[in-house]
Design a protein around this ligand. Structure first.
Ligand code: AMP
Ligand code: GLY
Length: 429
């Protein structure tokens, strides 16, 4: 069958790569794609991925049988709804389901109604009431802009003054319309762990867990980013915690079926914190995680076309997931200056040599092919260097051996991906 993937990041490269391995995959299109997807799929420029009509027209013209929506933006504006109405099988929730990510207040109310463990919270629509609440609660405390803010709308404030400033920034328009409403949360503690799940017709089929590294610099210092590295599985989560996380995802899946007119069909991303009282949800996302996908899908031994088709058709009983025992570690190579401003157009070398190392795959994010065939940087996060190996330590060493073979001007990365986890849970004490 012909398949269309929407998106251009490392996540979409990994999804398209996994789909392309299926015998059921004929022509594969990625819109807009990147320099990596261009090597095995057809990149499609010139369609607006946030216009359901434009995507449907392309899908009709190319006999597409499955559309996979990578990022949150098209989901939130209802691209999945338009495509489903037009008769296409779609992997990705309706606009209503995507509100679990698109509005933090919506998501918190969903969790409260359905007894899903999460941080205590209150929502405000004016600055004075929000500031009074912050002062009464004291620090540490977490301030979040309600809407999508590209991962930048969250401030974990250690002191009250920082929380008050975050509240003012939101209401002064610092996050645009995303900040017209503000969610203030109790500050939870513990390691974070992501559990992505194939959700369809009220059933959760959880994927292997992964742990992201959100801060820009070694030692979890510096500003929050989209994610600078990741690994899977997550040995610091106990069997008991993993079981509780799976139960919470199943409970959430049942709630989506009960509440949403169109049942949720796609990936539900549970961002967990392993608190002293047990795992709690930090946030839900309505899509695959980036960079989590880049270590989770290489460990999936099942046919991703079969899995996504079953989810898209509302047949979760047909989803069968088998996982490799191998460990996966991925290091993100970013442009100098990321997550702030950065330059583009730097020549990238060494990917072929890196991929010759055993178990190494490089997923592209911000790259593009120049007309002369050279590969150039075109974004903040540029490459995800992934290594699979029989032990955690070997996967980590192999990922860094590959990192050292790749070069571009301003290459910036963390040297400590997975280092804390290798020390064990006590490193979080
Ligand atoms: P979010 O965009 O909601 O995932 O938040 C970004 C990051 O902020 C999370 O990955 C956590 O590290 C941190 N965070 C968010 N909410 C809380 C909370 N209630 N307590 C502690 N840390 C939080
Ligand atoms: N890895 C964090 C996210 O995808 O939101």
């Amino acid at each position: 069958m012909n398949i269309l993937v929407l998106g251009s990041g490392g996540r979409e490269h990994a999804i398209a790569w996994a789909l392309s391995k299926s015998a059921r995959c004929d022509e594969l299109f990625v819109a807009p794609g990147n320099g990596g997807t261009a090597s095995f799929a057809t990149n499609v420029s010139g369609i607006n991925a946030e216009s359901g009509e434009e995507v449907a027209t392309f899908a009709r013209e190319h006999a597409i049988e499955l559309v996979v929506i990578g990022p949150e933006a098209p989901l939130v504006v209802g691209v999945a709804d338009v495509l489903r109405d037009a008769g296409f099988a779609v992997f990705g929730p309706s606009a209503e389901g995507a509100q679990l990510e698109g509005s933090k207040d919506f998501s918190k109310r969903f969790m409260a109604r359905n007894d899903i463990p999460t941080a205590a919270y209150a929502t405000f629509e004016d600055a004075d009431a929000a500031c009074a609440y912050v002062t009464e609660q004291g620090a540490p405390i977490v301030v979040k802009a309600d809407g999508l803010a590209a991962g930048k709308g969250v401030v974990v404030a250690e002191i009250v003054e920082d929380a008050l400033e975050a509240v003012r920034t939101c209401f002064d328009g610092g996050f645009g319309s995303a900040g017209a409403r503000v969610v203030i949360e109790e500050c939870m503690t513990g390691p974070e762990c992501s559990m992505l799940s194939f959700v369809s017709n009220g059933v959760s089929n959880p994927m292997a867990p992964a742990q992201d590294h959100k801060r820009a610099y070694d030692g979890d210092k510096g500003p929050n980013t989209g994610g600078m590295g990741v690994y899977s599985p997550v040995p610091i989560a106990t069997e008991d915690e993993l079981r509780q996380m799976e139960d919470i995802m199943q409970h959430a899946a049942e709630a989506t079926k009960k509440e949403f007119a169109l049942d949720y069909r796609g990936c539900l991303y549970g961002g967990f914190m392993l608190t002293p009282e047990g795992p709690k949800i930090v946030e839900f996302n309505a899509r695959f995680g980036d960079p989590e996908t880049q270590v989770v899908l290489p460990r999936l031994e099942s046919d991703l076309v079969d899995v996504m088709m079953a989810v898209a058709q509302g047949k979760p009983e047909e989803v069968e997931l088998a996982w490799s025992d191998k460990w996966a570690v991925s290091v993100v190579l970013a442009s100098a200056g990321y997550p702030g401003s950065y330059e583009k157009g730097k020549v990238i070398t060494g990917i072929d040599a890196a991929e010759e190392l055993e178990g190494v795959t490089v997923f592209h994010a911000g790259t593009k092919l120049a007309e002369d065939g050279s590969l150039l940087t075109s974004g903040g996060r540029v490459l995800n260097v992934v290594a699979l190996a029989d032990t955690f330590e070997a996967a980590r060493n192999q990922a860094y051996a590959a990192v050292d073979l790749i070069d571009f001007e301003g290459k910036q990365f963390r040297r400590d991906i997975a280092a804390k986890a290798l020390k064990g849970r006590s490193a979080w004490a």
